[in-house]
Design a protein around this ligand. Structure first.
Ligand code: LLP
Length: 426
């Protein structure tokens, strides 16, 4: 469910014409609907509301300042994976005691920065990391709360690049090693074991892998309690999938219902770390058609001013995103279709960007209405892992980001200028 809809062939984000934002912010531009992401956040919060819980928005999906600020007002916590994300969260006013920190490669400086700021906990991914946190915390004469990230060896049936809870993945600690580490941690005085963490992957559409993984994690929780550890936190990660072809939201209640008996029994404060579910369908990328052309074999290319530098998901994962003009000549109403209705496919085209690589595309052989130079195209479901994975490749400036709230919009990050690209060189 989102608030991007065509009225009489013109695309609106909430109460604002997408064309108007593109005119003001120039293209390419990311547009986020505040009503959509707060709705999705509250949906998760309410679904898990029958246990004491905190929904920690995963900053890596989209770390826009305005989004963090708005979610913070609704009581969100934040999941971070770097010192940079900690800096962003604190700068946006996030309370440190709602911040959880995962990632396999935390540096000494990052650990020190997080301990000094008194974050809620580290989600630790190896024995050496925990040892290092104990050492740094001792040096600082401060305590650090630890959740062990467990690798439950469960297949979440998603893209191989975003599968994180199988034993061959670099993430987490296997159940046996985690138990052995917990025995050692009994003698640690500064790194305190407070709970367990799991995150089995991203864009997961099935409930069963969560249930299987949580079953294993909860089993370990009981063992660690029997050892005398005070296990207060249980973090079940993020990964709730969204639909890219249809606009409907995957009912998160189904996950909650299936997991609830185990969550209740755990007697822990439950943490969740969703990113995509909150912001994925709440964002679009608007790009301008620069040229259209035909190749020697009759293939049509629609060449846009955004490319893999702006949104890398199609290139990296073969991801499908709906793409439709911001103004539709047939004056459609409602949502953008994944495929044109019968008789409306005037064009079958590769939608590509300006980058000097053949892998630079948003879609291949996509059926769509005819478009021409100067038209605006909209790439839907681009709110998660869009801007946050964008780059300056080919020295392209990163686009502006805007947030719409009802009838108003604000440019929350301006488009980069050439000076921004060279500002670190001397
Ligand atoms: N927690 C941890 C420890 C994670 O590694 C991630 C995502 C999340 C939470 C949030 O997952 P979500 O709810 O957004 O699925 N770039 C890829 C996705 C990478 C996900 C990385 N980790 C994509 O564009 O599909």
């Amino acid at each position: 469910m989102d608030y991007f809809n065509y009225k009489n062939g013109v695309l609106y984000c909430e109460g604002v014409k997408v064309e108007e934002i593109a005119r003001k912010a120039s293209t390419p531009v990311y547009i986020y609907s505040a009503r959509t992401f707060t709705r999705h956040f509250l949906q998760i919060k309410e679904s898990f509301g029958s246990v004491p819980s905190t929904v920690c928005y995963s900053l890596k999906a989209n770390s826009n300042h305005d989004i963090i600020k708005r979610l913070n007002k609704f009581g969100a916590g934040f999941d971070i994976v770097s010192g940079g994300e900690l800096f962003r969260a604190l700068k946006a006013g996030a309370p440190a005691n709602r911040i959880v920190y995962a990632g396999v490669g935390k540096t000494d400086d990052e650990i020190e920065y997080a301990i000094k700021n008194k974050i809620l906990c580290f989600n630790s991914e190896s024995e050496e990391e925990v040892e290092n946190i104990e050492r740094i915390a001792r040096k600082l004469k401060k305590t650090a709360q630890i959740c062990l990230r467990v690798n439950p060896d469960v297949d979440p049936h998603t893209h191989v690049y975003i599968t994180t809870g199988k034993k061959e993945n670099k993430f987490g600690i296997d159940l046996i090693r985690a138990e052995q580490l917990a025995i050692r941690m009994k003698s640690y005085r500064f790194a305190r074991l407070k709970g367990l963490h799991m995150h089995i992957g991203s864009q997961i559409l099935e409930v069963a892998p969560y249930v299987e993984a949580l079953g294993k994690v909860v089993g370990l929780l009981d063992k660690l309690r029997a050892m005398g550890h005070q296990m207060e936190l249980l973090n079940i990660g993020g990964g709730f999938g969204i639909f890219y072809k249809e606009k409907t939201a995957r009912p998160v209640e189904e996950f909650a219902t299936a997991l609830m008996p185990m969550l209740k029994k755990s007697n822990c404060h439950i943490l969740l770390e969703p990113g995509r579910f909150i912001i994925g369908n709440a964002g679009i990328l608007v790009t301008k058609v620069l040229y259209t052309k035909q190749s020697g074999d009759g293939r049509v290319f629609v060449i846009c001013d955004a490319g893999m530098n702006t949104l890398i998901r199609p290139t990296l994962y073969g991801a499908f995103h709906r793409i439709w003009p911001a103004r539709d000549a047939a004056k459609i109403n409602g949502e953008a279709p994944a495929e044109p209705p019968e008789g409306r496919a005037l064009l079958t085209a590769d939608i590509v960007g300006p980058i000097c690589e053949s892998g630079d595309f948003f879609a291949k052989e996509r059926k769509m209405p005819a478009v021409k130079r100067g038209d605006l195209l909209v790439v839907f479901s681009a709110g998660a892992y869009g801007y946050s994975m964008s780059s300056n490749y080919n020295s392209q400036p990163r686009p502006a980001e805007t947030v719409v709230d009802n009838k108003k919009f604000r440019i929350t990050a301006r488009r980069e200028k050439y000076n921004d690209i060279t500002k670190l060189s001397s």
